[in-house]
Write a protein that binds this ligand. Structure first.
Ligand SMILES: [Zn+2]
Length: 347
């Protein structure tokens, strides 16, 4: 499952390629990814055709593209969803654009003959085959109104999903409860109506940190479970929870109530810092892909301290890392750096 850094990479790509672009035609090859659309596929087509994307916004792992009529296209990538942009003029003659745009240059954007870019959340942007062919598992294609510089075959955004857990829907936007921007990528204090229950994420400057710390410390649940609760802070999944817990030297089984306020704040800070480093690494070190147990490839994998490393040495103290199960998910930790709480059956 992609977590915040991976989804942010996708968001930045969508913002560069789609902001200001209009949808000319919606092609539905398989209606199943639209199952959460109110009114069904017909409503999806009607509400999206002719609309212009005004931004690409993310809160935690949730991604949306605001439209010029006040609605938003909400994209849920699930386990295997990919958003492929192809044929767009963006990236041509963009020598002024540095950093992230350099990825696009490497992905042959604007290079006639190979203009599709794979914005899969768990990989770096990369070229993805014949742009005119329908890829296997293509579900929905949004044809963009042509502009100068587009590839001759036209520009489009594709939703490709092998396992069908992802989806698209058009929803209304509502004002945020705190009046601050809805997420990263737009200053507008708006959020899709069905995303309002999602808390702000650890990289959001408007996150109420003291409130998040207080929520965690009120709970008897395991701190790893709390860290992954999208209603407390969003964007953290199994990978970055384990990394943050190791960085803060906290065992994931400790109940929220057992942690002091400073330790809890340190855990949130440490988890945010790991995600920031993962984001920074996304631009430079995405070769030699690593595939984890969930089938997800990560380009930050070589920098991970604990996730996927059970049985190997702790990078801090050399003790062999161990794994156990918390809430159905594997938790990898260092038994020396992260003291395991005593459980009743051990007494
Ligand atoms: Zn250690």
């Amino acid at each position: 499952m992609p977590e915040l850094p991976e989804v942010e990479t996708v968001r930045a790509g969508l913002a560069r390629h789609l902001t200001g672009r209009a949808v000319e035609r919606v092609e539905i090859l398989d209606p199943r990814p639209l199952r959460r659309q109110r009114g069904g596929p017909d409503a999806f087509v009607r509400r999206l055709t002719g609309r212009t994307f005004t931004a690409a916004v993310r809160r935690g792992k949730f991604l949306w593209l605001p439209l010029d009529d006040g609605d938003a296209l909400v994209a849920h990538l699930g386990m295997s969803g990919q958003l492929l942009v192809h044929g767009t003029a963006t990236g041509r003659n963009s020598s002024a654009a540095a950093g992230a745009d350099a990825q696009d240059a490497r992905a042959f954007l604007g290079d006639p003959g190979a203009p599709r870019v794979d914005l899969t959340a768990t990989r770096a942007p990369q070229p993805a085959g014949d742009p005119d062919a329908h890829p296997r598992h293509l579900r929905v294609r949004l044809h963009l109104r042509p502009i100068a510089g587009d590839a001759p075959g036209g520009a489009a955004l594709d939703l490709v999903d092998q396992r069908m857990f992802g989806g698209l829907r058009i929803t209304a936007m509502v004002p945020t409860a705190d009046g601050a921007p809805g997420g990263a990528g737009s200053p507008a204090p708006l959020i899709p109506v069905d995303v309002t229950h999602i808390a702000r994420d650890l990289l959001d400057p408007h996150l109420d940190r003291p409130a998040a710390v207080a929520k965690m410390r009120r709970s008897n649940r395991a701190v790893k479970t709390l860290l992954m609760d999208q209603g407390i802070v969003s964007g953290v999944g199994n990978i970055y929870a384990d990394e943050g817990l190791w960085a803060a030297r906290v065992h994931g089984l400790r109940p929220g109530k057992a942690l002091g306020p400073r330790v809890t704040a340190r855990l949130l800070d440490a988890t945010g810092e790991v995600m920031e480093r993962a984001l920074a690494a996304g631009g430079t070190s995405f070769d030699a892909l690593y595939v984890d147990a969930d089938g997800a490839a990560g380009f930050f994998a070589r920098s991970l301290a604990v996730y996927g490393r059970a049985g190997q040495e702790c990078r801090r103290c050399g003790t062999l890392l161990r794994a156990e199960t918390i809430g159905g998910r594997s938790h990898v930790f260092c038994p020396r750096c992260q003291t395991r709480p005593r459980l009743p059956r051990e007494r």
